[in-house]
Design a binder for this molecule. Structure first.
Ligand code: ZN
Ligand code: ZN
Length: 336
């Protein structure tokens, strides 16, 4: 089978012929149909994650079909449609795992970071950690929901979203366009904050009532002019500077939720926190129940990622386009 492999930090992504994996006890082999390309894949390739291992097959937005099940596996069944997200495995017995927060388990392993992921034709996965893909979602559209979709849907939830709240989405890339759709489907009023004025039309099309050009406008003033400020700011881009700038644009009891990890510091003053009881928090993608919720919600509310289909062998090109900011939508590798 074909696998796209990164042999060492900062090494290129190269095609390798590998033997098809065999499912061991508790494992399944997934025939990968589609795998989304995430910014974290690029970070991994560049050696940013201290817990990463090389050589590695990148990819944690996997959608495919169960091809083989190992000894002792009673679910899923061969032929079932399943996905694999960022969370590959966890200890299963710590307090966090037991309460359904395995995404924060200290023993967790990560798909495409320290376990081989979806940039290949077949991958191994622990049976207990695959997500069933509901009927009606196609593989190419389901793939980006495993990370991009899960991260924003769950981020909005954990930020304490209430129906009718004002949600400001920072950045209108892959995550941002999904965030606008989820927020609208949840009944929110939505604003988009972006440095690219040409995104205004897209924001409007997706249902945002307000577009703030952060290069031209004072973000705090613009947000406060929006009925007193945003109840939730969803920071989809990992750059901390715009978060620092926008934070005082939160309404009383508002929350800024950080979804991406980048270098630098987010700063705020005790005054901006205390006076209006504002909150600053982060959210890592999500656990298994969050992913199931994300997939079902996306299907029944017709939330769809914008995708650009590419061949498995074009993974390096997908990274190049993503790096240059030239992708309109999420690159999804399609295996024939
Ligand atoms: Zn990701
Ligand atoms: Zn655990």
């Amino acid at each position: 089978m074909k696998a796209m492999v990164v042999k060492a930090a900062q090494a290129p992504i190269t095609l390798e012929e590998r033997p098809k994996p065999k499912a061991g006890p508790g494992q399944v082999v997934i025939k990968v149909k589609a795998c989304g390309v995430c910014h974290s894949d690029m970070a991994m390739q560049q050696g940013v994650f201290p817990f990463g291992k090389f050589p590695i097959v990148l990819g944690h937005e996997v959608a495919g079909v169960v091809d083989e099940v190992g000894p002792g596996v009673t679910w899923p069944k061969v032929g079932g449609s399943v996905g694999m997200p960022w969370l590959y495995d966890s200890c299963g017995h710590c307090d966090l795992c037991v309460r359904g927060d395995e995404i924060m388990c200290p023993e967790m392993t990560i798909t495409g970071v320290n376990r081989d992921g979806g940039y290949q034709e077949y991958m191994l996965a622990p049976a207990a950690y695959v997500a069933p893909i509901p009927e009606g979602l196609d593989f190419a559209e389901a793939a980006p929901l495993m990370c991009a979709g899960l991260t924003v849907f769950n981020g909005i939830r954990v930020a304490g979203y209430k129906p009718g709240a004002k949600v400001a989405v920072m950045g209108l890339g892959g995550l941002g366009s999904l965030a606008v759709q989820y927020a609208k489907s949840l009944g929110a009023r939505v604003a988009v904050l972006s440095t690219s004025p040409e995104k205004a039309k897209e924001a409007e099309k997706l249902g945002a009532e307000k577009f703030i050009n952060t290069k031209k406008e004072d973000v705090v003033q613009a947000l406060r002019a929006w009925d007193g400020g945003a109840d939730i700011i969803v920071a989809t881009a990992p750059n901390p500077e715009p978060m620092t700038q926008a934070f005082p644009g939160l309404a009383a009891d508002g929350t800024l939720v950080v979804l991406g990890v980048g270098p630098g510091m987010i700063t705020t003053s005790p005054m901006d926190l205390v006076g209006q009881r504002r909150k600053l928090m982060g959210s890592p993608s999500g656990s298994r129940h969050d992913l199931r919720d994300t997939l079902k919600f996306s299907l029944h509310n017709d939330v769809k990622p914008q995708i650009v289909k590419m061949k498995l062998e074009d993974a390096p090109k997908a990274h190049e386009l993503m790096h240059g900011g030239k992708l309109v939508g999420r690159a999804v590798l399609i295996m024939e």
